[in-house]
Ligand binder design. Sequence first.
Ligand code: G6P
Ligand code: MN
Length: 445
Amino acid sequence: MKLTILGGGGFRVPLVYGALLGDRGEGRVTEVVLHDLDADRLYAIARVLNEQAAGVPDAPAVATTTDLDEALRGADFVFSAIRVGGLEGRANDERVALAEGVLGQETVGAGGIAYGLRTVPVAVDIARRISRLAPDAWVINFTNPAGLVTEAMSRHLGDRVIGICDSPVGLGRRIARTLGVHPKDAWIDYVGLNHLGWVRGLRVAGRDELPRLLADPDLLGSFEEGKLFGVEWLQSLGAVPNEYLHYYYFNREAVRAYQKADKTRGAFLRDQQARFYDEMQRPDAAALTVWDRTRAEREATYMAENRETAGAGERDADDLSGGYEKVALALMRAIARDERTTLILNVRNQGTLSVLDTDAVIEVPCLVDANGAHPLAVAPLPGHATGLVCAVKAVEREVLAAAASGSRATAVKAFALHPLVDSVNVARRLMEGYTAVHPGLAYLA
Ligand code: G6P
Ligand code: MN
């Protein structure tokens, strides 16, 4: 079985390869093709994979290429994990937004819109090529903003593209652990959009255990989301939000913290990763050791500013390696071997949330089997959550429309309609600021 990874020179590819190395089952991946635009990055990551494979019998073969069509031909699965504009682009997304006093996070608010506007045209081109060159392939999209990009690709690939994120999985796991429940035994009632969802229940053998957590301040304050949002706010909501809702519920604090920080997340990662890729060009570099050290530092500093504003302290050791590669592998196995399982994924709504149309990509628990991912019924969202979901989906639709038409006015509308952008004038200036720094937005006229 052939797995093609787009963005194959990306830093987190060794996590995926590590998961593949642990898979001894029949029908496993035997061939991995890494595609990237940058041959140096491919070389760097291939070195790490080579060290990972040392001593593992029948390790999946690894090939690298900068030819996209060659990479796609004959693929059974395609992982898409690209970053249009690189980490320099991410840092610019943050900088331009913060200068206007609004959030520039890569998936939330103005930053997510800017990143979406330059990523969607590239993702659509990839989707079109896949439907021509590998029409039977399953596409697993990791590329952020993951919900929006999955929806863009689904217009060409239908339900053969599935978006993934490890945040809801991590959230479910943390709640289960706090309640002393094995995550495998728990049914998690979670729904929303990517990075915009809420856990409203956690059922074990039919009984909802979440009220027990919400009623116990000590338990509630003991895990990441409890510390981030505070016990009282979670009790008021009667639900546990995805960590990315911190950017909405504590927006001023998050914006201020990023404005004050020495470096934004994007700038920190740009510099950290540049050091890693430079080091990998040295013939004597200890590839796997250096990669692992860099990974540990990246994970330990994840959402550090948000945690600081909340006084949440350091991350729990158990929360460090997020596990998105495990979600991807579980998804791939369920499809390839018809190993039925339930996973929280980004798929087309198909009537799950009655306030959204059938083709809107949402994040929801799905039953996965050889026929793909099928969204499961969940409780309806309360009004405040429905409001946010509808507002953000409307923004995503403007981004998709702008990408399809090349209309700058539509792009401005996307910025202006976002709940975290507080003035049409700000939206206009964001558009100016972003087009000045991003060549990838030159198509907007
Ligand atoms: C979480 C999010 C992902 C994001 C990742 C890395 O897992 O769900 O969407 O890509 O964190 O974040 P970082 O800030 O390290 O790039
Ligand atoms: Mn994510």
